[in-house]
Design a protein around this ligand. Structure first.
Ligand code: C2E
Ligand code: MG
Ligand code: MG
Length: 367
């Protein structure tokens, strides 16, 4: 058992056998409580396999209690005592389980692990769908394209908002396969709509930080271009302001490569992060998307109106297109249009909808 436990931990951890069947592990540094929960799961998995002693299979169960410093105790004695209490709760829960001493921490850890487990299965179970939200030309009201937005329909949880699972997918790396799936679905539709003459605009696809940093991004994109036969001129990639600004030198190279392939790139949620303007000027991007938080209270709120105008002026002088997000009222649309905003997207024009509904929407728009 000691050998197996040792295989789960790092050199910097301390593992001790206190006596009998009790072991103590001190993890001196960890990034998140989720990481601790993962380690606990790994240990349980490792110890659950039977041992063979003199030809007999011996099954051992594991109960694990976790106390965190400094929340659950300031010294070894109180930490051990609380870890012990948590361990008894794990035992009571039916063994081969772990418990945090702090009940709310425990609930969160369990929920997260559950969510992660169902997220892992979501692709193979075909639970994702890509919705499309129209983007229109403000001056004419005609469609210019759409943004692809993922939806997760889980049989137990119902419809889960991307705001609730994209961050977790990002943290666990699951965003890479999920994002690749979105890319290929959106490209497939874009190619079909162009071929059928339904839409020759751009379909915008969100790329998360992790996807953007993925070393195989270009290969994955090449693969998708080959299978879907989409024209990159019909695809726009959206990167948030914080992703674009986080690693300037590297970002420029990747963006140039994407640009060379024929993709356009838009900066999403613009205004919510920190932009270096001199750097922005050098970026091979085509559009800024004004974050919904600045659009929401237009035209009444003087501060938001000033911010929106500033972004529009900035974009104009850099030769970039502008897209306003979250336009819900005619007043917002009129104001933005007067101030020179090119494109808009929001419930006023159309909510995110299934590919099929978007096709009907396009048919009506063409009338
Ligand atoms: P985003 O890229 O900024 O997308 C715009 C969000 O605003 C969408 O939320 C959209 O449904 C919502 N929205 C659009 N118009 C209106 C409006 O008039 N009023 C209001 N109140 N909301 C509006 P959604 O679909 O929940 O997506 C949230 C975020 O999740 C997205 O923000 C994006 O950052 C992320 N996301 C969605 N799909 C994907 C994906 O396929 N990949 C990645 N990496 N991220 C995604
Ligand atoms: Mg977006
Ligand atoms: Mg946005």
């Amino acid at each position: 058992m000691a050998e197996r436990l040792k295989s789960c931990v790092r050199k910097s951890d301390t593992l001790a056998r206190l006596g009998g069947d009790e072991f103590v592990l001190v993890q001196a540094d960890f990034a998140s409580t989720a990481e601790v929960a993962h380690l606990a799961e790994k240990i349980i998995r490792e110890l659950v396999a039977p041992l063979t002693l003199e030809g007999h299979d011996i099954h051992v169960t594991t109960s694990l209690g976790i106390a965190l410093f400094p929340e659950d105790g300031l010294d070894a004695k109180s930490l051990m005592k609380n870890a012990d209490t948590a361990m008894y709760q794990a035992k009571a829960a039916g063994r081969n389980a772990f418990r945090f001493f702090d009940a709310s921490m425990n609930t969160r850890a369990v929920e997260r692990l559950d969510l992660e487990a169902s997220l892992r299965r979501a692709i193979e179970r075909d639970e994702f769908e890509v919705y499309f939200q129209p983007k229109v030309v403000l001056a004419t009201g005609k469609v210019s394209g759409a943004e692809a937005l993922i939806r997760w329909k889980n049989p137990e949880r119902g419809l889960v908002s991307p705001l609730d699972f994209i961050p977790l997918a990002e943290e666990t790396g699951l965003i890479v396969p999920i994002g690749e799936w979105v890319l290929s679905e959106a490209c497939r539709h874009a190619a079909r709509w162009r071929q059928n003459g339904q839409l020759n605009g751009r379909i915008a696809i969100n790329l998360s930080a992790r996807q953007f940093q993925d070393l195989h991004l270009m290969e994955r994109i090449e693969g998708i271009l080959a299978t879907t036969k989409v024209d990159p001129a019909n695809i726009e990639l959206e990167l948030t302001e914080s992703v674009v600004m986080s690693n300037p030198a590297e970002t420029i190279d990747i963006l140039k490569e994407l640009r060379a392939k024929g993709f356009s790139v838009a900066v999403d949620d613009f205004g919510t992060g920190y932009s270096s303007l001199s750097y922005l000027k050098r970026l091979p991007i085509s559009a800024l998307k004004i974050d919904r938080s600045f659009v929401m209270d237009l035209p009444g709120d003087a501060d938001d109106a000033a911010i929106a105008r500033t972004i529009l002026n900035l974009a104009r002088s850099l030769g970039l297109e502008t897209v306003a997000e979250g336009v819900e009222t005619v007043e917002q649309a009129n104001y933005l249009s007067e101030q020179g905003c090119n494109l808009a997207q929001g419930y006023l024009f159309g909510r995110p909808m299934t590919a099929r509904d978007f096709e009907s929407w396009l048919a009506k728009d063409a009338l």
